[in-house]
Design a protein around this ligand. Structure first.
Ligand code: FPP
Length: 225
């Protein structure tokens, strides 16, 4: 049976969930943040999962209306503040990938503090992809290698990425869209994909359990026969 060490999720469909209910898109993001908490807690208690990477804000998401971008930034700050207790209780270490430079000073501070306070937690690493784009990450990694006079090899490049943790085993995208949207292009080279029509605010631990079962029974060949 396949081992599931690294689960990655593209959380999509918050806006459509809200629209279906005649609500503002922001309500979808709020409910989405609650689902992040539920899924993270589940993963922290899962016997195999070591890393959970969640696509929270892409380099392309800046194109959204200013009000929505500002709301997402505030929601993230609020989430991290409220979440500290849960991170500690569930022994979750918080990490990020992506370029944090454009974020406000206060958001950068909360991010840094949460990383520092949770750094010794051992049950799960929750990685939020923030202002993340995989192509951008690969370019920054190549620059790091050139700046430090290292040879450009697969091994060195892999280590120079924002995520030197492990390759992705299973990648889920919600809401029926079937694309990678510039997420973990390098790390998902041999990932198994699962696309569900469920909108992220409706995604449940029960559905995740079923998806993991499906993953367990797949045949992974990694290019062999
Ligand atoms: C996609 O839905 C979701 C996002 C761009 C942001 C993801 C954010 C959250 C799940 C909530 C905040 C997260 C944390 C960690 C606090 P969409 O807006 O693209 O939905 P649509 O495609 O239906 O419009």
């Amino acid at each position: 049976m396949n081992e599931l060490k690294h689960l990655a999720i593209i959380m999509d469909g918050n806006g459509r969930w809200a629209k279906q209910r005649g609500l503002n898109r922001t309500k979808g993001h709020e409910r989405g943040a609650e689902v992040v908490r539920e899924i993270t807690t589940y993963c922290s208690n899962h016997p195999e999962i070591e890393t959970l990477t969640l696509y929270a804000f892409s380099t392309e998401n800046w194109k959204r209306p200013k009000m929505e971008v500002e709301f997402l930034m505030k929601l993230l700050g609020r989430y991290l503040k409220n979440e500290l207790q849960t991170y500690m209780k569930n022994e979750v270490r918080f990490e990020t990938i992506g370029d944090l430079e454009p974020f406000s000073k206060s958001l950068k501070n909360i991010i840094a503090q949460t990383k520092e306070k949770t750094k010794n937690n051992k049950k799960l690493i929750q990685i939020l992809a923030l202002n993340y784009g995989s192509q951008n990450e690969i370019v920054r990694a190549v620059k790091r290698l050139l700046d430090s006079n290292q040879e450009i090899t697969e091994e060195n490049l892999g280590k120079a990425l924002d995520t030197p943790y492990s390759d992705v085993d299973l990648l889920i995208r919600t809401s029926g869209e079937q694309r990678l949207s510039n997420f973990l292009l390098w790390q998902a080279a041999y990932a198994e994909f699962y696309f569900t029509k469920t909108l992220w605010p409706d995604f449940t631990v029960k559905e995740l359990n079923g998806i993991i079962e499906n993953f367990k029974n797949r045949e992974r060949k990694f290019g062999g026969i």
